[in-house]
Design a binder for this molecule. Sequence first.
Ligand code: SAM
Length: 369
Amino acid sequence: MAEFIPLVDARARNRSEAMAAFVRAAAQAPLTTGPLADTRGRPLSDLRISVTDRCNFRCVYCMPKDVFGRDYPFLPHESLLTFEELTRVARVFIELGVRKIRLTGGEPLLRRKIERLIEMLRAISDDVDITLTTNGALLARKARDLHAAGLSRITVSLDSLDDATFRAMNDVDFPVARVLEGIDAAAAAGLSPIKVNMVVKRGMNEESIVPMARHFRGTGHIVRFIEYMDVGATNGWRMDDVVPASEIVSRIDAQMPLAPADPHYRGEVAERWAYRDGSGEVGVIASVTQAFCRDCTRARLSTEGKLFTCLFADEGYDLRDLVRGAAADDEALRRVVSAIWRQRADRYSEVRTANTARTPKVEMSYIGG
Ligand code: SAM
């Protein structure tokens, strides 16, 4: 029997009240048994957790300084889910089928004692892939502890190997060399295969595509080129700023011939391309030009415990209230997450237009990239 809890509540004055009413009703409703899938048949297999909304970079396309300046009201510490609360929520997601947890943010390595959280998550299960996305600034000093705590792998964001371009993009004058040191430390610690994410923005860093591919070719690290997306409301996104994945592939292929490679699993976000000479592979994440909503199996937990079922959503379901409410046990949490997932219908990237790009959406630093 499916759970039919109306998302529209006649008494609610707005969407967030309706979502809160949904959570309350779902906490009481019987748990549906059988495989968990949303309205489009997509299972719930990945959970991204934003552990902080703060970052030590001010990447111009993500946390521009004029918005995220000194006076920006970042969340107070007590708003954040504690490690115990995060572990409890993660356990419920794992029980419901999640097999991959990614810690992100903001900059996750800024969250104090993040290694402890990784240990606590690892204690839930040995089978879950626990990974983390970082800008790499603090990685050289933390890589060994992260690995010892049970982190499976790591993804490092790096938008250019050209120092002037990179410093301009991170907007805090951070040098490329220190990120490369972080990547080396992560490899030495055993956090492989390392993925290196490069967001490509027209007129900003497309000349860095080929040098980036060339630098990491043959190292075992996998560079993934990401189309610039219209996340959040502060980056002034325009379709003209997007360098399509097809162009990224052609630029690399012209210098270092590529052949398409099969995906590792359903829902893999990156399209894989292998060097024809066997020296490794690159990936392209074409979330704008080739939407992959059809296979999206990801849920996102914001820094303060709201559950978002799409990166481009404007509102999330508040799980923190539930977790902190004296009455809610894990069974109630399971019922709520299951009911939310079963009525999920999101497919923003498939219906994106120049107009939807201007609709309100939460910031990536808050929801987690
Ligand atoms: N601070 C960490 C980092 O730099 O990797 C984790 C959070 S960051 C929001 C996660 C990833 O999202 C980074 O690789 C970043 O480049 C990417 N990102 C941020 N804004 C983006 C946008 N508008 N389009 C595409 N990728 C974006």
